[in-house]
Ligand binder design. Structure first.
Ligand SMILES: Nc1ncnc2c1ncn2[C@@H]1O[C@H](COP(=O)(O)OP(=O)(O)OP(=O)(O)O)[C@@H](O)[C@H]1O
Ligand SMILES: Cc1ncc(CO)c(N)n1
Length: 272
């Protein structure tokens, strides 16, 4: 007789990256590495590789809603993350289903632009992100350009970073993580965390590499996996930072452009 195993479950609502380094593919690979059962709702299919995004094909709205219904009627995620949400209309529907099924532990990665400049979310969708997604977010994880777009604040000083984090908190996120990958800091990368009261900064050494495709998706997926286990937000962020650091340090040599990070490096080199 087979034995059924109870596991923690995580859902990603995001776009597909045919190249396998970002989006749904990065999320599911990361969930698997953390030993979490991964599920997906696909918003759009991208034709993409390490050199860029060649095409974006949204899943019809009906198909998006049906995927959400299918998950909600049978499987309750312990945590979920959102990535590329495609449009304001899609965001509004996704928020509706998250509330309908009372899903909790939500990580909102407000993906807007791919490395190389391809638009993954229209600017018209900014308002929907602020109005519908941020109030549902346990954690919001913008990179610097996304934090600037959502707040209208130019982030170029320590003070402006704090100010932007406050605005995102006021927009409804319980925790704000402004990722430092795009900040021009000599030799280090600092992620900035704000919970409405205190500030925590997580710093690690900047890896000199062109293989940074999918860093943001991978980081937020690791964070989501840890939340699915019931970890505190602080410890989930710390673990996600360790995971992404190891994945970047051991980048994978495929493709001729910005190659992927190594989703399986963390366990293989002895972390648990
Ligand atoms: N060169 C690097 N060396 C070490 N850590 C990095 C580097 N670049 C990014 N990171 C880390 O990776 C995570 C993602 O940050 P980043 O700012 O690159 O997100 P992102 O722009 O949303 O990524 P993407 O859009 O490519 O998926 C953060 O934890 C950040 O500190
Ligand atoms: C589908 C998808 N989601 C997110 C990103 C951002 O890295 C990407 N390049 N592609």
């Amino acid at each position: 007789m087979g034995q059924l195993i109870k596991v923690c479950k995580a859902l990603t609502i995001a776009g597909s990256d045919s190249g396998g380094g970002a989006g749904i593919q990065a999320d599911l690979k990361t969930f698997q590495e953390f030993g979490v059962y991964g599920m997906s709702v696909i918003t759009a299919v991208t034709a993409q590789n390490t050199t860029g995004v060649q095409g974006v094909y949204p899943v019809p709205l009906e198909g998006l809603e049906q995927q959400l219904e299918s998950i909600g009627n049978d499987l309750t995620p312990d945590a979920l993350k959102t990535g590329m949400l495609f449009s304001g209309e899609y965001i509004e529907r996704i928020a509706f289903y998250i509330k309908k099924f009372s899903w909790k532990n939500i990580v909102v990665d407000p993906v807007m632009i791919a490395k190389g400049g391809a638009e993954l979310l229209g600017v018209e969708a900014l308002e929907a992100m602020q109005k519908h997604m941020l109030p549902l977010a346990k954690v919001v994880t913008p990179n610097i350009p996304e934090a600037e777009a959502l707040t209208g604040i130019k982030i170029d000083t320590a003070e402006s970073k704090v100010e932007a984090a406050r605005v995102l908190f006021d927009q409804g996120a319980e925790y704000v993580v402004i990722k430092g990958g795009h900040m021009d800091e000599e030799g280090i990368v600092t992620d900035f965390i704000y919970d409405g009261e205190g500030i925590l900064e997580l710093t690690d050494k900047r890896v000199d590499t062109k293989n940074t495709h999918g860093t943001g998706c991978t980081f937020s997926a690791a964070l989501t996996a840890e939340l699915a286990y019931g970890k505190t937000v602080e410890s989930a962020i710390e673990q996600a930072k360790k995971y992404i650091q190891t994945a970047i340090e051991h980048g994978i040599d495929v493709g001729s452009g910005h190659g992927p990070v190594n989703h399986f490096a963390f366990r293989r080199i002895g972390h648990e």
